[in-house]
Structure formats: C-alpha cells, structure tokens
Ligand binder design. Structure first.
Ligand code: LRH
Ligand code: MN
Length: 400
C-alpha cells in the first residue's frame, strides 16, 4: 500500500504529548530515592527541562502540573504561566493533590471525616482558581481514596459522596474547562479503591456532567485487562478524555512508554485512528499525557525516549491500511486482518519522523542532539551549587 506521507505528517502535526513536571524531579519508591545532580527541584527548573524536551522533540508544548508540588501558597500562579512561557511551553493540565494531606487518612471527597471533605473541597476550589490564572482548560483528578480492610467503611456511602463532590466541582468549573477522572484498581488503598476501574470512572463522569471525561492511565489496570478494548468503547461513547502513558511489567510501575510492550501502545493508537477514520469519531480533543517516574534513567533522556517512541508508535498506527483491514474483516479472514496491523507495526517510520522534524526545523535525532547540547552536565553543576546554596542536600522531601 503506497504510504500517504503527507497524511501521516499532518496527523503527526496534531499529535502533541503533555509532559509531567514531576517526571523531571527526583522520585523513588518506598524503598528509596536515587538522586541525580541534574534533577529539577524548583518549578522553574521543571519548566526549563520541559522546554528543553519541546525544543528537541517539537511535540511537547504543554506541561502537566501538580498543584502542591509546583505552586507555592500565596504566590501569583500567573507568574508560573509566565515562567513557562519564558521556556517555550505553557501550563497544561492542573492536577489537584487529594492524597498527601494528613486529613486524607480515610479518604478525601469520600471520607467519613468532614474535615477531610472540607479540605478537599477548598483545595479543588483553589485548583480551579489556579487553572483560570494560568489559562488551563483541564482539571485532572486522581483519588487515592479507598479502604484497606473489609467493613472499614460503607462503600455505597463513599460512592455517593464521590458522585456529589464531582458533580459540585463540575458545576463550579467555568464553562470552557473540562475535568478528567482517572481510575486505579489499588495503591495506596489495598482492599477497595473508590474509583477503581473504567466503569466506575465512566459512571462518575456521566453523573458529574457533560464536561467530565475518563482518563486512562495505562499503568492502572489489573493484569490481562485489554486496555485498547476499553479505549475503543469509551471513544465510541464520547467519554475518553485522555491518557497518562507509561509502561509496566507488574503493577503501576510507571516505566517509560513502550519499554515493556510497544505493541500494546500501538494497539491503543490503532483503535484511536480506527474510531476516527472508520467510525468518524472526533478524536481531536484527546489529551495525550505522560505520567512516569524516572527513578533510574536520566530524566530528560527518559522523557525524550518516551516522546519519540510515542510518535513512532502513533505514526505506525496511522499507516494501517484500513480499507484492506475492513475487507479482511468482512471476509472473516483473521490472518489477513491481523497482518494489516503487523505490517504497519513492523514498518520503519524513522525516515518519516526525520522528514517531520526537518519540516519543523529541528534535529533529525532528538536524543543525539540533546546529548550533544551538554545541557545535563551544565545544569547538573548549576543545580548542585544551587541546592547547596539553599542548604538542601537533595532535591526536596515530597514525592516530586
Ligand atoms: C497515581 C498517578 C496520578 C498522579 C500520580 C503522580 O498513581 O497516576 O495520575 O497524580 O500518579
Ligand atoms: Mn496517572
């Protein structure tokens, strides 16, 4: 099948990926955190690193921020938006933090403790204010809410509290803002999580209001879950809001995209292209975001690797010969149908991406160009000095 390069190049033009501020900071597991000299500690350093990734990849114009990790109480959030602009990026999705406060021991919006529910409500009100100040139109919710033991709390009462809270926050948002509901089967709760799977997130979103969609974090599924199937389902329902991309072998490992199962990511992108090209579904508003913790890899290299891998797998999905696929499906010829996907997946798209980068006026090999820039060594020195000057040994205590 002749490859319509221009078609794929124009689809790549629309394929922007949002990077997480917390992906540039020192992160770890409960067993420890390995520090990197070049790790970002301050919000400005995280935005500077995001700017570097955008400069070398050309497709990461926005940065997801986590309110308690990236905004200091009492400071003007629009300063952060200006800072982002200085580094050639903009503030993307606003992530409320409804899991770190001590009052959230039994949950946030679902907690039997009214103090926790008030803390959560006040925080979300603040997040909506910040979103308006930085001109972000995306509020991205993840709830650690859940219980650890059977009988610990009434699951239905918690469900009703969650519905009421999401409905209130939906109606509180200005009309141009959308909110995403991210589900997760477990961790930190280890018996029941209040937003545990796509079905619960779907219903909570429907009940909250028309500007509420489901966020699929690829690491938030029990082993064996067919993620591209639920993506196809949510898309056809008009309920897919976005993704947190990462990879995993076991649980919410937050490894770099495509490092374990690139074909799985390709299959997700295939369903998105299929929904658009075969079923006419509007896929233009899907928020493609990365959510990873780079505990061992150099953080900016891990992010560049992730973004270029996502571009490659998306370009491959754009190459699926859908006319041939539909014909094989109609003939119920399984092998021919599967081979149309494998042909696309096995196509080397690096030449196409080099052509796309050439058109964008950026280096053909982002990783090579970044390494040649010497950025990591330079900021490693600067930030080690800066941390010393601030009397910090490492890049701070919080998660990111
Ligand atoms: C929870 C999660 C959520 C974030 C956090 C950094 O596991 O995926 O999206 O807020 O990671
Ligand atoms: Mn996530």
């Amino acid at each position: 099948m002749p490859i319509d390069h221009d078609h794929v190049l124009s689809l790549l033009d629309q394929f922007n990926i949002e990077v997480p501020s917390w992906g540039f900071a020192d992160t770890g597991t409960r067993f420890g955190k390995f520090l990197q000299a070049a790790a970002a500690s301050t919000t400005e350093e995280k935005l500077a690193d995001a700017g570097v990734v955008h400069r070398f990849t050309g497709c990461t114009p926005s940065v997801a921020v986590h309110v308690l990790w990236d905004f200091t109480a009492g400071t003007d959030p629009s300063d952060t938006a200006r800072m982002a602009g200085k580094h050639g990026v903009r503030i993307g999705s606003i992530n409320p933090n409804l899991f770190q406060d001590q009052s959230y021991k039994f949950g946030s919006a679902t907690s039997p403790n009214p103090v926790a529910r008030k803390t959560a409500d006040d925080h979300v009100t603040d997040c909506i204010r910040i979103a308006q100040a930085v001109k972000s139109d995306l509020l991205s919710f993840w709830f650690a809410d859940g219980i650890n033991y059977p009988g610990q709390d009434d699951l239905v009462t918690r469900k009703r509290r969650m519905s009421a809270a999401l409905k209130k926050w939906h109606d509180q948002m200005p009309g141009d803002m959308t909110m995403l509901v991210e589900y997760k089967p477990f961790e930190p709760a280890f018996y029941a999580t209040d937003v545990a799977d796509w079905g619960m997130a779907y219903l909570y979103s429907k009940q909250a209001g028309p500007r509420t969609k489901v966020l699929v974090d690829t690491g938030h599924h029990l082993p064996g879950q067919n993620i591209e199937h639920l993506v196809a389902f949510l898309l056809d329902e008009g309920m897919l809001g976005g993704f947190h991309f990462n990879d995993r072998k076991y649980a919410d490992d937050d490894l770099t995209l495509g490092s374990i199962d690139p074909y799985a990511v390709f299959r997700i992108f295939h369903e998105i292209r299929n929904a658009s090209e075969v079923h006419g579904t509007d896929v233009s508003k899907i928020a493609y975001m990365v959510d990873q913790s780079h505990n061992l890899k150099p953080k900016i290299e891990a992010m560049i690797q992730t973004v270029t891998t996502a571009q490659e797998l998306y370009a491959k999905a754009c190459l699926v010969d859908r006319k041939k696929l539909l014909d094989a499906q109609a003939r119920m010829n399984i092998v021919d149908a599967e081979e149309t996907l494998r042909d696309a997946f096995n196509t080397d798209v690096k030449p196409l991406l080099r052509k796309w980068r050439e058109k964008k006026g950026i280096a053909p090999d982002p990783m090579h160009a970044y390494r040649a820039s010497g950025y990591e060594a330079r900021v490693g020195k600067e930030r080690t000095e800066a941390r010393k000057a601030r009397g910090e040994s490492s890049s701070g205590s919080s998660y990111a």
